[in-house]
Ligand binder design. Structure first.
Ligand code: ZN
Length: 255
């Protein structure tokens, strides 16, 4: 009797388990199908823009920390968010990305200005390219690890290597690249065009599009970052103009 009862119970469990498995499978299949259609519906507009031939596809990226920050208002202050060694990215910071063709992506809100700036650079005979833009925290960590390894190979101790690397590569959570509002700009072909010509143009003109040279040569002590002629940050046209005219850095502007 007991044996039969056990067997019945086992059968019931088995059939319940089967039902759950089938339901889960159907749910997954539905979701995968839906995602597939979404991706198909947002394939790149072929050859439409010079910047990166933009995918109209956007995606949400979120920092892994769970809570949202109350200190910044994403509606009004989003362009002026300060991220540096002492101001990490707020918890739960959300980025809506616009993807560019060369595997780069930026905060969708800065895309139109960035495109306009690239259009005008090209019209001026320049050959700019974005070598780095939005990065995940994982990507930032791997860049830092690579730099540390480079210094270790040169014979520096682990501690020294880490210190030297951190002068060049920001610790995850403290890089503006994780905002999607910073871009590193260089020349498509360093042989045919020296990137310094591009950087010169950017230094004079980027503010008109809302971008600033984020780490100027004479502000290293304030920014705590080595001069980076390639790194441009979007802050909006009003702030960019004032920062350009007063020759200050973002930290000074926000004081
Ligand atoms: Zn950069």
């Amino acid at each position: 009797m007991n044996k039969n009862k056990n067997k019945n119970r086992q059968n019931t469990y088995f059939s319940l388990l089967t039902k759950i498995t089938v339901t889960l499978f159907l749910c997954c299949a539905f979701l995968i199908g839906k995602l597939g259609f979404q991706l198909l519906g947002t394939l790149p507009d072929s050859g439409q823009s010079d910047l990166g031939n933009v995918f109209s596809q956007t995606s949400q990226a979120k920092n892994s920390q769970p809570e949202a920050s109350a200190s910044i208002s994403p509606e009004t202050d989003w362009e002026l968010i300060l991220v540096n060694r002492s101001n990490p990215i707020p918890k739960g910071y959300d980025v809506k990305l616009t993807q560019l063709r060369n595997n780069q992506s930026v905060d969708s809100r800065i895309y139109p200005s960035l495109q306009k700036m690239f259009d005008d650079m090209r019209a001026a005979g320049l050959t700019p390219v974005i070598s780095s833009s939005y990065r995940t925290a994982e990507k930032q960590q791997s860049l830092l690890d690579e730099k540390i390894a480079d210094y270790q190979k040169e014979g520096h101790s682990d501690k020294e290597a880490e210190k030297l690397a951190k002068a060049w590569v920001a610790v995850p959570g403290t890089s503006e690249h994780q905002l999607g509002m910073a871009v590193d700009i260089t020349s498509t072909d360093r042989n045919s065009q020296n990137p310094s010509i591009i950087w010169e143009w950017l230094m004079k003109n980027s503010y008109k599009y809302g971008f600033i040279l984020r780490y100027p040569e004479d502000k290293e002590e304030i920014t705590n970052t080595i001069y980076e002629p390639w790194h441009y940050r979007y802050v909006g046209k009003t702030a960019a103009k004032e920062i350009y005219e007063r020759q200050i850095c973002l930290e000074e502007y926000l004081q």
